[in-house]
Design a protein around this ligand. Structure first.
Ligand SMILES: [Zn+2]
Length: 860
């Protein structure tokens, strides 16, 4: 029984057999306000290379009313197991399917949301990976492209947006009809429909004769917070930059961006109708890092219009290439586009993408970038740090290797050659080889077909005068975790070495930079021989390659004392990342990482880096410190947070970041009194706006520490009775330190499927409180009793939230590891479920090792 799965082999067979011309899809959303189901009528025309052959079309729906193939009615009861069998194809075929499809509350298929502010219903689709079939009968695989014509019946007065420009609706009853023009030939997973009383703001991108209509939409209850001008500004910078670098005009008729509720991912690259999570419409003050992240997402989706939508992977094994390219493109555009507000985007890339990639690449589930994707279940758990972040890091390395001009020349040829078609990795590499003249086969094998991270270490020998007698870059093979796929290899690295001097004991300034190829276990660097030893030697300066970097002992000593003294943000970010990596590996004790953070963070100007370090310190304290020392470490960190909060510039991003940090860790009566005072207005920090979101941040901590009860939570929800408010209230309720609160949260998530994706996630976040380990201890056994049933009965997104979110990660004990192993042995879980549980267990095992290192440091 295939269930909702589809194997690569099945997809290949079907692609060999079929050519799909067009879909006509009629959706009756007149039922949207009531919910339940909606009527979906699909007419699909396609040819078959082998007349007489059989195939099937995909559909996930509560019921089918009619199936007509080439004029012959088929038994609707033949619809089973998410498929409709299509026997005895003709050379040219027309299939009509009438189905009752379901609205969802999981963010998959056609999501239905009711805004508590206005009581109105808002719909949007999310189809990647295989969920177009929840809305219309479809050949659900990326290489069966077709033209799509949507005709939508919806309540009068609604806004209806799809891939093609929105037509004037017709009809004057309670519902109207929107008849869209056909799309170009695109894949099912990037078709889209967004419908409801959304509000739009409009502009256009103009360049010579070209004029592309632009729209930005959100719910009316968020309209006052929508800074559409800022969205348009970044969008236009992206249009300019990508059109020039890709040498290919934007391929669709218009470009709408819709901020939609309860969206699972950051955004989705539907052709010409991008959906984005509506937390990107900021209701309260956020730091500049949030604006930067939103701009990156906007550029990421825009890059997909070419890479992904115009030219599409044949099968999901090249998902990495799709996502890596868009992730690389967002960063390079921010770094280089004229007028960009975030020219330091490579610092953010090092700080976030690299950290994500390094973490994922050391899990037992790590895999080569070119993953084996045998079926849909494989790909659904593969939207990971390898696919996005390591892939993008390796593309950055490829650009350093072939040169940026050659890289974009190759990309230009690729778009021209494959427009509206499907490709494999080899098609892009071939174009890059032609443009660069470099043979990429060995490069591709070393970087794309193997797993893990190399370590690069400097080996510096000085003569008696303190000059460098020899300088060697040592490369180590990745330490692959047991059970990881792939072999551990050394790789060719194009890197820069930065030499830094401490000027006046105040600033660390780069005095020289050498770029070279590192290959094999030892690479001599003769250029540095005979030179005076600088204060800091930084391997992989400018972050060109993908490797763990270790500092030599002298450099580490300077950095530990003067991390904030680098005048540039990127080397600081690289050193922060290196220190964090050493902490995770148990090479730096968590308490020493705390000392490093306490000494350096005050001088860190990059707010994104500050916020990352704040999160990492909290994680180090919760998971990586010796439990016997943990409370002391948390106390020091909380005291520092309060001091920084009080000392920060009024109204600054740093002030807000420290307020949130204190709210996450406050533990003394004085600190909790301060939170309570900020909330009720009896305390003030000059310049700190205690706005809607910050109020909830304060209240979560007060609820978790027993200082705010149900009445206080209900009162706050009355102040902010919005969807976001309901989510925060769910977090607060689940965070309360009582057995009843935990039991209620557990039941709501595990024993019922009524919570929406967002409320469920909010409940899980509240449930898992690091200070409540004893209260949560009993839930480890409950987790293992429930997890397989969750996987089998819930949708993919919902079960993924639960499996990862409710794992007993806070119980950092050998017993947790043993219980996990026992469950793995007894439950014999499906590979995708196994992977998620094994990844969670790896977090506990890593924490146990780090705690041992921290304990040893405590005894020294
Ligand atoms: Zn993407």
């Amino acid at each position: 029984m295939p269930g909702t799965n589809l194997t690569r082999e099945e997809a290949r067979t079907r692609a060999d057999l079929l050519h799909v011309d067009a879909y006509d899809i009629e959706l009756d959303l007149g039922t949207a306000r009531e919910g339940g189901t909606f009527r979906s009528t699909t007419v699909v025309r396609f040819t078959a290379t082998t007349p007489g052959a059989d195939t099937f079309i995909d559909l996930v729906a509560p019921g089918v009313e009619e199936i007509t193939l080439n004029g012959t009615a088929l038994d609707p009861a033949s619809f089973a197991d998410s498929r409709i069998p299509l026997p005895g194809l003709a050379a040219e075929n027309e299939l009509r399917v009438v189905a009752n499809c379901a609205y969802t509350n999981t963010g998959e298929g056609l999501h239905r949301f009711v805004d508590p502010v206005d009581g109105e219903t808002y719909l949007y689709t999310q189809f990647e990976v295989p969920d177009a079939r929840r809305v219309f009968a479809s050949f659900e695989q990326p290489d069966l492209k077709a033209a799509f014509t949507f005709t939508v019946t919806a309540p009068k007065g609604w806004v209806v947006v799809s891939n093609s420009p929105t037509p004037q609706p017709t009809g004057d009853g309670d519902t109207q009809v929107w008849a869209f023009e056909p799309t170009g030939r695109i894949s099912t997973y990037i078709t889209a429909l967004i419908a409801g009383p959304y509000v739009g703001v409009f502009d256009s991108y103009e360049n010579g004769d070209q004029k592309v209509p632009l729209g930005v939409y959100c719910r009316p209850s968020l309209r006052e917070f929508l800074d559409a001008e800022a969205v348009f500004e970044v969008t236009k910078q992206g249009f300019d930059y990508f059109q020039e670098k890709f040498d290919f005009p934007y391929p669709f008729a218009k470009y709408d961006q819709l901020f939609v509720p309860e969206f699972n991912a950051g955004a989705m690259e539907n052709a010409g109708a991008v959906t984005l999570r509506d937390q990107y419409v900021f209701r309260s003050k956020v730091t500049d890092a949030a604006y930067e992240a939103r701009a990156a997402t906007i550029l990421h989706e825009l890059a997909h219009m070419w890479f992904g939508d115009l030219v599409t992977m044949e099968w999901w094994n090249d998902l990495w290439l799709n996502e890596s390219f868009a992730t690389f493109a967002e960063a390079v555009c921010q770094a280089e586009a004229p007028g960009s507000k975030w020219p330091n985007s490579w610092t953010t890339f090092a700080n976030q993408m690299k950290t994500w990639a390094y973490r994922q690449d050391q899990l037992p589930s790590t895999h080569p970038i070119m993953a084996e994707i045998n079926d849909l279940e494989d790909v659904q758990v593969n939207f990971d740090g390898i696919t996005y972040a390591k892939g993008a890091s390796v593309l950055k390395q490829l650009v350093a290797y072939v040169g940026q001009d050659a890289f974009f020349q190759g990309v230009q040829a690729y778009f021209k050659r494959h427009a509206w078609g499907n490709t494999r990795l080899g098609d892009l590499l071939g174009a890059l080889e032609e443009a660069s003249g470099r043979d990429l086969k060995a490069w591709s094998k070393a970087w794309l077909e193997t797993a893990g991270i190399n370590v690069l270490r400097p080996s510096i020998v000085l003569n008696t005068d303190g000059e460098i007698e020899s300088f060697t870059v040592l490369q180590e093979a990745p330490a692959l975790p047991a059970g990881a796929k792939g072999e551990a290899v050394l790789r060719p690295h194009r890197i820069a070495i930065g030499l830094y001097e401490l000027a006046d004991g105040e600033t660390l300034v780069r005095t020289d930079r050498i770029e070279l190829d590192v290959d094999g276990p030892r690479t001599e660097v003769p250029e540095l021989v005979g030179r005076h030893r600088p204060a800091v030697v930084l391997l992989n300066d400018d972050d060109l390659s993908y490797a763990k970097i270790r500092l030599d002992e002298d450099s580490l000593a300077v950095v530990t004392e003067h991390l904030g003294a680098f005048t540039e943000s990127l080397p600081r970010a690289l050193c922060w990342a290196s220190a964090w990596d050493m902490t995770r590996d148990g090479e730096l004790a968590a308490r020493d990482y705390l000392s490093l953070a306490l000494s350096g963070i005050g001088r860190e100007s990059d707010i994104g880096v500050v916020q990352s370090v704040q999160r990492q310190v909290k994680l180090a304290l919760d998971a990586y410190t010796d439990p016997a020392w943990r409370e002391e470490g948390l106390g020091r960190w909380a005291a520092a947070a309060e001091e920084h909060l009080r000392g920060a510039e009024a109204g600054s991003d740093h002030q807000l970041a420290w307020a949130r940090t204190l709210a996450a860790v406050a533990r003394t009566d004085g600190q909790l009194d301060l939170l309570a005072g900020l909330l009720d207005g009896t305390a003030e920090i000059k310049g700190l706006a205690v706005d809607t979101e910050l109020r909830w941040t304060l209240l979560v901590r007060l609820a978790a520490t027993g200082r705010a009860d149900e009445a206080a939570i209900a009162a706050e929800l009355e102040r902010d009775n919005t969807a976001a408010g309901q989510e925060h209230a769910a977090t607060c309720r689940a965070a309360r330190p009582t057995a009843e609160a935990k039991a209620q949260a557990w039941a709501a998530v595990v024993e019922s499927d009524e919570l929406t994706n967002y409320v469920q996630e909010a409940t899980i976040v509240g449930f898992q409180q690091a200070d409540q380990r004893e209260l949560l201890e009993a839930y480890g056994a409950k987790y293992f009793a429930a997890v397989k049933g969750i996987w089998e009965t819930r949708s993919h997104e919902i079960s993924q939230q639960i499996i990862g979110g409710l794992y007993p990660a806070l119980q950092v004990t050998q017993a947790t590891v043993d219980a996990t192993d026992a469950w793995l042995a007894a439950a014999d879980p499906a590979p995708a479920l196994r992977r998620q549980v094994v990844e969670a267990k790896a977090g506990v095992e890593r924490a146990l090792r780090a705690q041992a290192a921290d304990r040893a440091a405590g005894g020294r």
